[in-house]
Write a protein that binds this ligand. Structure first.
Ligand code: AKB
Length: 350
């Protein structure tokens, strides 16, 4: 993938940082980044634009200035943020995505070459009626329980459909022969845990927050119950999945939408992993009914066999190695925790 030009929206978010770091290290891609706040660390390697995805003039201007091979559209308002201001979330998540899809469509048509449009969907597009139904369902595939309960989940599910529409039947009555459409690809991400950054405005945030608080010696009150279960993934796996699907041959993709899994873990099991390394960590549980209800509506695990079969998706980490080899060593570096303060027998990768 040499001399490619990519656009990353939401570049200052957690995944944006990880993606920029990966592409910069590789050094093969021209990176154009967009965010409402500057990305301090990477200004030299990246052509950065400070702005909003709702600014249609800016998006169209980027479309005129660059020829994008791939657009990683990461900007959006997450589930808890979205419930705090549902109309704003709808506007940003839907109208902002539409602006990007429209620009990608114009570029694809002008160049006669489909722009790859990567969209991060989420387990929040699923919705269970009750905790009992969630537990009974176990690992779920892409086609069932599509009853999102949050504005964020509803927006993501709609954009999954809108992206497929843009890639298949948008402008169906246009008479241009051989109309070139965008190449829309999306994965449904589980909760993500990064050693380098903390999420904000999500509802799976209790996982990473628990680990980061322990490393800083801060007490943490977890807002779900100990038995609350979600699928989670370490950030390097998420970046690997995003790059892999964006670069997969079109001919192997049987769908525009894929689950990807790594490990399923309860809040109590996260606490136990954290306690292996930070034995003095003070973690208690004080469920917040509204946030708990959101997490209880999401699956505890996902069936990712479609991604494994089509584009050879495979997570590099399991529950134990995600903590031992990635999260704990990275978080210790981030907060300059000295090795003597953690239980080194557990910290093989430190
Ligand atoms: C959120 O909690 O909103 C996100 C997600 C699971 O999509 N992290």
């Amino acid at each position: 993938m040499t001399n490619q030009c990519v656009l990353i929206t939401g570049a200052n978010g957690e995944i944006g940082h990880g993606l920029i770091r990966f592409l910069s290290r590789e050094g093969l891609t021209k990176i154009v980044a967009l965010d409402r706040s500057p990305i301090d660390d990477y200004q030299k390697e990246v052509e950065f634009y400070k702005g909003d995805i709702l600014d249609r003039n800016l998006i169209d201007e980027l479309g005129r200035r660059y020829q994008f091979d791939t657009i990683f559209h990461l900007a959006g308002i997450l589930s808890t943020g979205g419930e705090r201001d549902p109309l704003l979330a709808h506007n940003v998540n839907v109208e902002g995505s539409l602006n990007l899809l429209n620009m990608a469509d114009a570029q694809s048509m002008q160049r006669g070459k489909p722009v790859v449009f990567f969209f991060p969907s989420t387990i929040a597009i699923y919705g269970f009626e009750s905790l009992e139904q969630k537990v009974k369902a176990g690992k779920i595939n892409e086609d069932n329980y599509l009853h999102a309960t949050t504005m964020y989940g509803i927006n993501k599910l709609y954009i999954e459909n809108l992206g497929r529409y843009f890639s298949q039947t948008y402008k169906r009555f246009d008479t241009t022969p051989g109309l070139t459409r965008i190449d829309f690809r999306c994965i449904r991400l589980p909760g993500i845990m990064s050693a380098d950054s903390l999420p904000s405005g999500g509802t799976s945030d209790y996982g990473p927050e628990m680990i980061h608080a322990a490393a800083q010696g801060k007490p943490y009150e977890c807002f779900v119950t100990p038995e609350t279960r979600l699928p989670f993934m370490a950030m390097p796996d998420a970046i690997d999945a995003i790059i892999s699907i964006a670069r997969a041959k079109k001919s192997v993709l049987s769908s525009t939408v894929y689950n990807i899994g790594s490990f399923s873990i309860s809040a109590e099991e996260i606490r136990q992993e954290v306690m292996k390394y930070f034995s003095a960590a003070q973690i208690s549980f004080k469920p917040n009914p509204q946030r708990l209800a959101i997490v209880n509506s999401w699956p505890g695990d996902v069936d990712d066999s479609r991604a494994r079969r089509d584009w050879a998706w495979k997570s590099d980490f399991d529950r134990v190695s995600a903590f031992r080899d990635y999260l704990i060593p990275g978080i210790m570096r981030r907060y300059s925790v000295s090795a003597s303060k953690v239980s080194l027998t557990s910290c093989v990768g430190a």
